[in-house]
Ligand binder design. Structure first.
Ligand code: C5P
Length: 225
């Protein structure tokens, strides 16, 4: 297996969350959420290089948290105004020797070994450019139409996509050298736009939730038990 570099993006302002603090710094089971995410990946992939992306404005606050919680911070890169810019900043200063780059949302503290194994197994196939954990959609779906009405969608062919997503480092670097598009909601969409279409879906987990709303912290605490 080629060497792995993990990028954890945590430079969002958390506006949707509505809390005074960006959600990645809120307490989960008595510790800042981002520390849980870092510890999970450190224990799942102890050999991998690890970088976190935080906003420049939160750098002093993060250092203070690390000192208060006696936590060793990974390498820090400053983020940008979009997730895409934050990932691009980390990639441009990432280890040139890494064969695989995994990009993970700092607000997904419950990533597990099945997800990581699925990603690394998929990338054992040299033809695969990237691997993306995904789960079936349980809600019924409707697509908005331009006339303001909506129509049903075949749910069986839809998947909800999670992180970490893992890519051949050279492909991801190339993909992130292209200009930004509004359609970039994750790293797989950036890869696809650059022509890297051999992206394999692997097993995600319903527990691998993205902390988005205030109630999600309580759900994550329950799932951790
Ligand atoms: O905004 P969203 O929930 O999609 O963010 C997903 C992840 O991307 C979060 O961990 C967030 O901190 C990160 N992000 C970032 N830089 C931004 C926006 C989001 O690192 N400018």
């Amino acid at each position: 297996m080629p060497s792995i570099e993990i990028i954890i993006v945590a430079a969002g302002s958390g506006l949707r969350y509505g809390a005074p603090l960006p959600k990645q710094f809120c307490l989960l089971a008595g510790r800042p959420l981002l520390m849980h995410t870092i510890d999970r990946l450190r224990s799942l992939l102890p050999e991998a290089g690890l970088t976190i992306v935080i906003s420049r404005d939160m750098a002093d606050f993060w250092q203070k948290l690390c000192s208060d919680y006696k936590f060793m911070s990974p390498r820090i890169v400053f983020g940008g105004s979009s997730r895409w810019e934050s990932v691009r900043n980390a990639i441009s200063s990432s280890d040139e020797k890494a064969g695989i780059i995994m990009v993970h949302d700092g607000v997904r503290p419950l990533v597990d070994s099945n997800i990581i194994n699925g990603l690394t197994e998929a990338l054992d196939d040299p033809d695969v450019d990237g691997a993306i954990p995904a789960i079936p959609v349980t809600d019924s779906l409707r697509a908005l139409r331009s006339d303001g009405l909506s129509e049903s969608v075949d749910r069986s062919i839809m998947r909800a996509v999670q992180t970490p997503q893992a890519f051949r480092a050279n492909c991801l670097r190339q993909a992130y050298s292209l200009p930004y598009r509004d359609s970039f909601t994750d790293d797989a969409s950036v890869m696809e736009a650059a022509g890297f279409s051999n992206l394999r879906l692997t097993g995600g987990s319903a527990s691998n939730i993205k902390i988005t709303n205030p109630g999600d912290i309580a759900v994550a605490e329950l799932l951790m038990k």
